[in-house]
Design a protein around this ligand. Structure first.
Ligand code: DC
Length: 217
């Protein structure tokens, strides 16, 4: 069973995907990590995140293990790491180099506790359109930029990171614009995706409505 969850930043995809993976005993792949890893690799080695040749080389040398170790980089989950990921994700050679690694994960999926499982919940921007076009269930989770920026702002504050709502809103809109207008795999729902706007829903409401859809299938 492959479930894909795509949508813009801070729409609630990650929380939903993790809860679904737990309930249905599936592995979880946060595909934003592959782009964050390339961004952090560039920053570690003194390259600009706008350097397309260095980014392509970093993507070609990326492995699952290297990505997991780069996840400890202090900027991996920060706004700087998110902007870097969004920039390298707009480079076609980077996307091409990272595609097989994402697809291969479904061949032998393991849950976070190391047990073998029968499928994957993918979370990202193009998982229903490019990574797994044959997925069993495709969801596109969205919310207004203001709601998403407020969620991200609160998340940063809870983690003790400095944050200003206005800055987070501006960054959210900038990333939306870059993710949706890039030529390679732009952010868009797959033709057969179920679109859910979570602006006026809490996570339990989103989770319960998605479980109903999965159970019906
Ligand atoms: O989901 P995230 O915030 O970790 O994603 C970081 C960036 O990576 C995001 O701005 C766009 C990019 N991304 C992508 O282009 N395709 C994916 N499948 C996942 C993320």
């Amino acid at each position: 069973m492959i479930i894909t969850i795509d949508g813009p930043a801070a729409a609630g995809k990650g929380t939903l995907a993790k809860r679904l993976a737990e309930k249905y005993k599936l592995a979880y792949f946060d595909t934003g990590m592959v782009y964050r890893a390339v961004g952090c690799d560039l920053m570690n080695n003194g390259f600009s995140v706008d350097d397309a040749a260095a980014a392509a080389a970093a993507a070609q040398n990326m492995t699952f293990g290297k990505m997991m170790s780069l996840a400890n980089h202090p900027d991996f989950r920060s706004a700087i790491g998110g902007q870097a990921a969004s920039k390298v994700a707009a480079m076609p050679k980077v996307r091409q180099a990272l595609l097989k690694m994402q697809q291969d994960f479904a061949k032998n999926p393991v849950a976070s506790d190391g047990t073998k499982v029968a499928g994957v919940v993918y979370d990202g921007r193009d998982t229903g359109t490019v990574v797994c076009p044959d997925a069993d269930i495709k969801l596109f989770i969205t919310a207004s930029p203001e709601v998403r920026a407020m969620r991200r702002h609160k998340e940063y504050l809870q983690k003790g990171l400095p944050s200003s709502y206005d800055d987070v809103l501006a960054q959210t809109k900038e990333r939306d614009q870059r993710d949706s207008s890039r030529s390679s795999a732009p952010l868009r729902p797959a033709d057969d995706a179920i679109i859910i706007d979570t602006s006026d829903m809490d996570i339990d409401q989103v989770f319960n409505s998605v479980c109903k859809i999965i159970d019906q299938r």
